[in-house]
Design a protein around this ligand. Sequence first.
Ligand SMILES: Cc1cc2nc3c(=O)[nH]c(=O)nc-3n(C[C@H](O)[C@H](O)[C@H](O)COP(=O)(O)OP(=O)(O)OC[C@H]3O[C@@H](n4cnc5c(N)ncnc54)[C@H](O)[C@@H]3O)c2cc1C
Length: 472
Amino acid sequence: MNHPTPQAALARRPLPPAVVQALQARFGERFSTSAGVREHHGRDESPFPPALPDAVVFAHSTDEVAAVARLCHDHDVPLIPYGVGSSLEGHLLAVAGGISLDLSQMNRVVALQAEDLTVTVQPGVTRKQLNQEIKDSGLFFPIDPGADASLGGMCATRASGTNAVRYGTMRENVLALTVVTADGRVIKTGTHARKSSAGYDLTRLFIGSEGTLGILTEITVRLYPQPEAISAAVCAFPSMRSAVQAVIETIQLGVPVARVEFVDPLAIRAINRHDKLALPELPHLFFEFHGSEAGVREQAETVQQIAADHGGQGFEWATRPEDRSRLWNARHHAYFAMLQLKPGCRAVTTDVCVPISRLADCVGETERDLRASSLPCPIVGHVGDGNFHVVILVDPALPREMEEAEALNRRIVERALAMGGTCTGEHGVGLHKMDFLVREHGEDALDLMRAIKDALDPKHILNPGKIFRASR
Ligand SMILES: Cc1cc2nc3c(=O)[nH]c(=O)nc-3n(C[C@H](O)[C@H](O)[C@H](O)COP(=O)(O)OP(=O)(O)OC[C@H]3O[C@@H](n4cnc5c(N)ncnc54)[C@H](O)[C@@H]3O)c2cc1C
């Protein structure tokens, strides 16, 4: 797949003057057409060239979001919800122009229901902010994409992170939503009850909809008791396959690890440099265990034995909070550390996820592809979920590099699909994975998805051009 110039994909037309006047009157300085603000909202972490919205509105309430949606609907103006802009697949690029609706100032924790282990937040609350604000309750929110993303953006991309192997993804952890529809109605989905059989599951429909079906303005998520004991460990392996086999066995035995992350030798070099660590440049697994003192000890002993059976060396413990943070901060910085391996580069990040029984084959065959590549391609992965990322470092100005990266990406995705997996475990489709959806779901399923889009957003004003090609 060539990287299309997204700007060329859809026709743009200037904002109608009536829309500009109405937004200026209602939002004052919170309505901006300045180049700097538009640039900030028309790019993301993908290698796609920026595509700027015509204007940006900073919303403060559900009523304001509904008013903007009604206005855009009445005037056929594209409307792109914006969290904190950390998505990786071109999700935010305004390929048809229009309004970027920035929700980052809707950042209030609305209500903590500690007895129910739930919290209701506005969409601009970030995952770190949430954990900081609820830390005295003894509860925590586990989902942790590498970036400090907003809960709204995380819902919209069906995000996960290093803790998903134990606590699930946004799909499992969102109970209820307030949603502004494309024509400006305000609906509630779900309840605060743990389960419900009441009709179609609209909550799940919006989770992963990438801003194309509605704008999320309030979110109720599950929380978990902070574990009594936490310990972390890091272990080097002689080969990628042996590390992955250790993970497969750990999961198949049902050990409830909280985190197990794979980091390949090139990624280790990057984080050593970035975080001043001195890990040997070998394939590594990073582990974290949560539970009671006894439970954590038991899990860790089981995993240490499994690792040893697969040639794991130097199982190193980090039980003090500062040592654990150092290790996991290094893992969380890995993306930016890897970018520094090739100054000025951007990353084409693959995101396949396969059934755990196929993980060793998938990683092994991918490793062979990468050896033949001229590009630096470190690998990191949430391998406990069967999900791994090849971070292909490219100069986007060089078509040869982009073509090589896309050819690699395509091979990796095709392999994962053939193994019963998915083209994207957590980053979403955006502009980049559209071509793989038919392969993954089939034409009939895609037609059904399009019918849902038509029903919820008949004028196709919400984040046009994403998930489906030329949806306008
Ligand atoms: C270093 C790094 C590491 C990352 N690691 C991970 C990881 O481990 N796991 C993972 O899942 N992702 C990861 N990501 C990707 C990214 O953090 C997630 O996709 C995240 O969920 C995006 O949230 P955001 O607030 O930045 O959303 P944005 O980037 O602002 O928006 C993303 C999409 O959501 C839509 N959207 C935003 N807010 C709303 C709303 N309120 N209502 C409706 N639609 C909305 C937007 O229109 C857009 O389509 C990583 C990114 C980086 C840069």
